[in-house]
Design a protein around this ligand. Sequence first.
Ligand SMILES: Cc1cc2nc3c(=O)[nH]c(=O)nc-3n(C[C@H](O)[C@H](O)[C@H](O)COP(=O)(O)O)c2cc1C
Length: 163
Amino acid sequence: MEALKVLKERRSVRKYLPKSVPKEVIEDIIDCGRLAATALNRQPWKFVVVTEEERRKHIADICEYGRFIAQAPVCVAVLCEDTKYMLEDGAAATQNILLAAKAHGLGSCWVAGHKKLYAQEVAEYLNAAENDKLISLIAIGYPEQEGNPPKKSLKEVLCWEKC
Ligand SMILES: Cc1cc2nc3c(=O)[nH]c(=O)nc-3n(C[C@H](O)[C@H](O)[C@H](O)COP(=O)(O)O)c2cc1C
């Protein structure tokens, strides 16, 4: 799909078809994540792909606003080494993953990680090193239903030269 179309048409998907995602597609999506912009080129990230149903269900049980991870065939955890810009770095990688998923005809949804009380529990469940922090979780799968939340208009948010 054309890049700008992907950017403009991506929306969070929280309902997925029961259809698995080919491994090479998942790998390509993660490849896009690891190529994101990163402060000082630290690339502090690690991406843990969880496809086993039992493991996804366990994560879904922990994440109160990510219950749909149980139904999505793929869940990606973005972890970053505890560095000054880990949140920005992890967020940039997360957004790349959402867009790459869309480009592959998949739906996805960002599930909060870092600021949540469950962040450490999820990181431990994934066997993360103590210095690796959970930044986000991303549910991915073929979309059954796509959201269409209201968006601010360009006019509301664009200023030239001054606010
Ligand atoms: C930092 C961050 C955390 C989010 N956490 C959740 C979450 O825990 N659960 C969820 O369903 N959606 C979550 N979202 C998705 C937002 O709800 C969604 O992006 C927003 O409503 C705009 O909709 P759109 O993605 O369709 O444009 C999160 C998004 C961001 C950027």
